[in-house]
Design a protein around this ligand. Structure first.
Ligand code: ZN
Length: 321
């Protein structure tokens, strides 16, 4: 939809705050100081303007409106199914609306059958930024809650506290906080300004994207960028420049996006994580996308943004000029 001039202007304006990535909406005040205040939470829960949605297995209910827009199915608390649930307080929007998510084992049925279950990968880019931000918060909490039911210090079963943001151990008193795993993701370029893209072993033929990997204990993120690129593609990295970050709760990652400058160009893939890696000029990439030889990266991911920032405009899609 953009012409080149619009896109150039957008790029000039780009920074991590003026051009937010999908899933990074900042318009809801998380109001963490209310999480331990049971009286406040009870009043907020029962307020008629409060909105509640159910999260189960990373999915929520969404519906498509007559205008074609997809929205999160939210109800007042008195319509919400509350039995055997965990209740997460997510925050307050600028109009004073309080938001909660309920973690349940299954999504509730809907009489009108208009609603459908959906995950973040499917609808993270379709929902309004506010709804996508609420969903990513709830899904991240749910993933952590489901996988951390027992105390990592003594093994006792833990209980939920702080409106979903702490698990407390009744035996040893330990408090466990939601876990976020830092991962680096980098657009590597060489001295000819070509981009290094790789195909992971389990990806389908033709799917190429930026290299990425988890930060290891005792490592800075810059060290992590250099180590991952060397391990996966055999390429040596010099300068590393931070671009932006994105929560990626599959199950608990925080993607830290970088531009990385290669000081070598010979590629040796590890064959374990990366099956194939190639240097692409912009012309190479355009031709490969248009012919369908290379599939574009997943639309809402920071990988797509990093590649687009290098490419200079939105990535071409198969069959487009
Ligand atoms: Zn314990």
């Amino acid at each position: 939809m953009h012409d080149d001039r619009e896109w150039d202007a957008a790029l000039t304006r780009f920074d991590a705050t003026s051009q937010p990535l999908a899933l990074t909406f900042e318009g809801v005040d998380r109001a963490a100081h209310h999480r331990m205040d049971e009286a406040w939470l009870a009043a907020a829960w029962s307020h008629p303007s409060t909105r509640v949605f159910v999260v189960s297995g990373g999915q929520v209910l969404v519906e498509d409106g007559p205008d074609g827009r997809t929205s999160l199915v939210m109800t007042p608390a008195f319509d919400a199914p509350e039995t055997e649930t965990h209740r997460y307080f997510l925050g307050i929007d600028p109009d004073g609306v309080r938001y909660f998510a309920l973690q349940k084992d299954t999504l509730p049925g809907r009489m009108d059958e208009e609603a459908r279950p959906a995950g973040l990968r499917e609808v993270g880019g379709l929902l309004s930024p506010l709804e996508a931000g609420l969903m990513v918060h709830a899904v991240a909490l749910e993933n952590w809650q489901r996988m951390h039911r027992f105390c990592s210090r003594c093994g006792e079963r833990t209980v939920i506290a702080a409106a979903g943001h702490i698990r407390r151990c009744p035996a040893c008193g330990a408090e466990h906080y939601p876990r976020t795993d830092p991962a680096v993701i980098m657009l590597v370029t060489d001295d000819k300004d070509r981009a290094l893209l790789g195909r992971q072993v389990h990806w389908p033929e033709g799917r190429f994207s930026t290299l990425a990997g988890f930060v290891e204990p005792g490592e800075s993120i810059e060290q992590s960028v250099r180590r991952e690129v060397l391990e996966e593609a055999g390429v040596v990295i010099g300068d590393v420049e931070y671009v932006a970050s994105q929560p990626w709760p599959f199950p608990s990652s925080l993607m830290l996006g970088f531009n990385a400058q290669a000081t070598s160009s010979e590629i040796t893939v590890d064959g374990e994580e990366i099956h194939e890696a190639r240097w692409f000029s912009r012309d190479d990439l355009r031709a490969a996308f248009e012919s369908g030889e290379v599939l574009p990266p997943f639309g809402i991911s920071i990988a797509a943004r990093l590649i687009e920032l290098w490419y200079g405009k939105p990535l071409p899609r198969p069959g487009t000029a």
